[in-house]
Design a protein around this ligand. Structure first.
Ligand code: NAD
Length: 307
């Protein structure tokens, strides 16, 4: 197809102002507009956060997220719609977010922030605080997120291990296990970090058996998608002290319902699915789209094509 009009769907507003991205595209060969659901018709290509049925009329959808589990792949394919995603840009942001979680747990920062709200001068027990060198983190899913986490934590002295389907070595990881050895891989780790996409294979991957296999003093981190975790099993594990704590950016239901037990559990850090936020987000996404516009003109295959 030839790109005649590019739309920036207003749902991206949850992550950055749509107009910033539209301005970034000012030099593209096609006109670019910020559009709502009713205006999708007539645009060949749309950059979006949300899925909407009207997008089935487009030739190309670009997701501003890496995770595209919300898009109906079969319908897109049946309607000859190309879907590209934003994998590849979240290595440093998520890496630093996860480093922040680990530093909070090791230096107890989250407990001080909570105490400060009540003007309480509360020191940790003598044996609560620790340092990161000498600890091990096992990253499940060694893609962009996993590698970014390994690079950031590796620089803090954390020994990195990984889990991937093939079990083949990955730079930045001391040891890599195949999925079939997941429980063995996590059994020794101080931190278990989920960075897999949500697929039929990974739904509920982190379940009661996983939390049982983890050390009692280990922390669980989820920056992937809520549904890769059996949330009730995680809550059980936290309540029964069979793991030490968790840092969670993503949840089965978002926003996390006010009634969720996760808000109040000790040593649980809740962040509102913003682990990859940065003021440069629109530029990072825009870079992928711009490259694909150039590839389209040159008749080359799209980068980050999913469907
Ligand atoms: P990616 O494609 O670069 O990496 C995903 C990796 O997971 C790949 O190496 C893939 O081979 C591996 N994988 C797939 N299925 C697997 C399985 N069953 N077992 C083990 N490994 C498996 O994607 P990414 O950019 O690293 O993003 C990964 C996921 O993280 C996204 O799909 C998204 O859901 C989530 N994400 C969340 C945030 C956030 O804000 N918290 C930001 C970016 C991405």
């Amino acid at each position: 197809f030839a790109l005649e009009r590019l739309g920036v769907h207003d749902s991206v507003d949850a992550v950055f102002p749509p107009s910033e991205l539209a301005d970034f595209f000012a030099d593209l060969p096609a006109p670019v507009d910020v559009i709502g659901d009713d205006e999708i018709e007539g645009y060949d290509a749309v950059v979006t956060l949300d899925y909407h049925e009207a997008l089935l009329e487009c030739a190309w959808i670009h997701s501003i997220q890496a995770g595209v589990d919300r898009f109906p792949f079969d319908d897109l394919e049946a309607n000859d719609v190309i879907l590209t995603n934003s994998t590849g840009i979240h290595d440093r942001t998520i890496g630093e977010t996860v480093a922040g979680y680990l530093l909070s747990f090791s230096r107890r920062l989250h407990t001080f922030v909570a105490a400060q709200q009540d003007r309480r001068w509360d020191r940790p027990e003598w044996d609560e605080a620790f340092t990161l060198p000498g600890t091990t983190a096992c990253v499940v899913g060694t893609g962009t997120l996993g590698r970014g986490v390994a690079e950031t934590l590796g620089a803090l002295g954390v020994c990195m291990t990984g889990v991937r389907r093939s079990g083949e070595a990955v730079p930045g990881f001391e040891e890599v296990y195949a999925n079939t050895h997941l429980l063995e891989a996590i059994s020794d780790a101080d931190f278990v970090i989920a960075t897999v996409p949500l697929t039929d294979d990974t739904e509920g991957l982190f379940d009661a058996a996983t939390f049982d296999a983890m050390r009692e003093d280990a922390y669980f981190v989820n920056v992937a998608r809520g549904a890769v975790v059996d949330e009730p099993a995680l809550i059980d594990a936290l309540e029964s002290d069979s793991i030490a704590g968790a840092a969670l950016d993503v949840f089965e239901e978002e926003p996390l319902p006010e009634a969720s037990l996760l808000w109040d559990l000790e040593d649980v850090i809740v962040t509102p699915h913003c682990g990859a936020f940065t003021r440069d987000y629109f530029r990072d996404v825009g870079g992928i789209v711009r490259e694909n516009v150039q590839r389209l003109e040159a008749g080359e295959a799209f980068h980050n094509r999913v469907v």
